[in-house]
Write a protein that binds this ligand. Sequence first.
Ligand SMILES: Nc1ncnc2c1ncn2[C@@H]1O[C@H](COP(=O)(O)OP(=O)(O)OP(=O)(O)O)[C@@H](O)[C@H]1O
Length: 269
Amino acid sequence: MRPLPLSLRDVSVEVAGATLIRELRLDVGAGEIIGLLGPNGSGKSTALRCVYRALRPSSGVVLLDGADLSGQSLRETARRIAALTQESRMELDFTVEEVVALGRSPHQRGNLRLTARERELCRDALRRLDITHLAQRSVLTLSGGERQRVLLARALVQEPAVLVLDEPTNHLDVRHQVELLSFLRGCGLTVLVALHDLNLAAATCHRVAVLRSGTLVASGTPAEVLTPELVRSVFGVDVTVVTHPRTGAPQLLYDLPTDDATTPEGISR
Ligand SMILES: Nc1ncnc2c1ncn2[C@@H]1O[C@H](COP(=O)(O)OP(=O)(O)OP(=O)(O)O)[C@@H](O)[C@H]1O
């Protein structure tokens, strides 16, 4: 069995009398990519926030290499876990290069002065995320997709063991979505990623876990979990599941109504 860098043990989150997450158990093996799926408001971001410590569970623990995260300093956690989240903002007038270099801060004390190895690490991250040409640009001038790639480059130079990503394909065009998810497949890190796109999740994740109203309702390989019955019951939509002819991954075809009444005038089918 693979070592377990990340483990959520009976994690519950209660806020103002409401239970946002209920006794969530989730194990992420070394080098595994686990996709967290579920409808809007089902608790995906809340669960991830417990992992990157923006939120303290009301009960239960998050274990990193078997140790309770709450016993560590935030800096110690940041050396091991990098997060790309809805909360990752860039509001200061820094250049792309400067923001990416900030990824080294959990490893530094005092003024940020990079070693030659760290500078190469930053250059490599810029290259891998296809943003070298933006290095001297202010991050305030970037498009949504460019900002997302800068944030991922910053996470990489943190040299984490675990990457936590909340909807990382937001704002990305289709090429950069595919590149990002291919990158996750090849990076060798342990990854916990919340995704809305079930097809991208099926193509990328080794296993997926599905939340509904804060409760884990299914987990397993994409083929085991993403059945028409599950998708109907959790997301309320009808799908046909086909197998990708080359990769073998399950892919969902959404069963939209096909009667003539739904065809706008002038559009021939
Ligand atoms: N601080 C809070 N106080 C009260 N309710 C909250 C708080 N944070 C989150 N919630 C609620 O908890 C539920 C889960 O939110 P969460 O953001 O985790 O869902 P999600 O699955 O990530 O949703 P989405 O797909 O829309 O991003 C939502 O109903 C949300 O309104």
